[in-house]
Design a protein around this ligand. Structure first.
Ligand SMILES: C[S@@+](CC[C@H](N)C(=O)[O-])C[C@H]1O[C@@H](n2cnc3c(N)ncnc32)[C@H](O)[C@@H]1O
Length: 271
């Protein structure tokens, strides 16, 4: 995994300016020598890695089943990226997590299973409209009703339902309405944003979470490489304008993600 750090502090800006004067400046990411792109045939389904196929783990068996369903492709988080998300939460140990965009709860499974393993009372708050899923690019399957009940049933079978709180409806509206509740619960240490991918949509979600995000806390954005994920321009925009859109100060790190490389970004609030 390759990472590129951008620290937008005034010190960093000064360093960058002096590096630039010295003839060194960051390359645009498309000029990096290693920037993985899709080559050859676009996959049409997920491959669940053998090393994750643990018959003794309820939640991994649930994920295996979900990844085999045509409706989870390609909008769910890839298994490799899900594993990264799970490992991050195991290490960072947030207590209050916000997930924007649960879809069929694949990413919710990765997050909640890590909170369960942490064993310190962490909870994930899911903000999604839980509306109908229609056919789309790379997806012939649809689910026109009953998504929230379907998701609850899946999480229950995985043994994770008690770690999850649901906030059905428009995400930024509901996050704003839940700010007091989340603040009372201990504020937010980690937010995973993968909902409305338009520029106004991601901006509104980010700005709704920000007032209750701890300093030292993280936001992860999915779909930050528009080269790979089409017209999803919002995450890239927020990433590129994070320190003017936000009231806090952030550093960011871009992560490549296999196999589709839709891209992830990790933002840490440092002021
Ligand atoms: C790409 S999917 C999320 C995938 C999920 N994170 C996963 O990895 O399994 C985006 C989700 O955001 C939801 N969504 C889009 N716009 C929304 C909005 N304004 N408010 C609430 N949910 C929204 C969609 O219904 C969909 O469930």
């Amino acid at each position: 995994m390759f990472m590129k750090w951008k620290t937008m502090t005034s010190t960093a800006s000064a360093l960058s300016a002096s590096a630039s004067r010295a003839g060194r400046a960051p390359l645009p990411r498309e000029r990096l020598q290693h920037f993985p792109r899709l080559t050859g045939e676009h996959p049409t389904s997920w491959t669940f890695p053998d090393y994750l196929d643990n018959p003794n783990s309820r939640w991994l068996q649930c994920l295996k089943e979900m990844y085999s369903m045509p409706i989870t492709f390609p909008a769910s988080l890839a298994p490799e990226a899900g594993l990264l998300l799970h490992a991050f939460i195991r290490n960072f140990r947030p207590r209050v997590v916000v997930e924007v965009g649960s879809f069929l709860s694949v990413s919710t499974h990765w997050i909640a299973s890590a909170l369960q393993a942490n064993g310190d009372g962490g909870v994930v708050h899911c903000f999604d409209d839980f509306g109908p899923i229609h056919k789309g690019p790379w997806r012939d399957a649809e689910m026109l009703s009953g998504r929230l009940d379907w998701v609850k049933d899946r999480l229950s079978r995985a043994g994770l339902l008690d770690l999850v709180r649901f906030h059905p409806g428009d995400s930024s509206t509901n996050i704003r309405a839940s700010q007091n509740e989340l603040a009372r619960a201990g504020r937010v240490q980690f937010a995973y944003i993968d909902g409305d991918h338009t520029v106004p949509g991601v901006t509104a979600d980010f700005q709704a979470v920000e007032p209750i995000l701890d300093t030292g806390g993280y936001i992860m954005l999915h779909d930050t490489f528009p080269e790979q994920c089409g017209d999803h321009l919002g995450p890239r925009h927020v990433l590129d304008h994070i320190n003017s859109l936000g009231k806090g100060l952030y550093e960011s790190c871009e992560l490549y993600s296999s196999p589709l490389n839709y891209g992830l970004a990790l933002l840490r609030r440092i002021g």
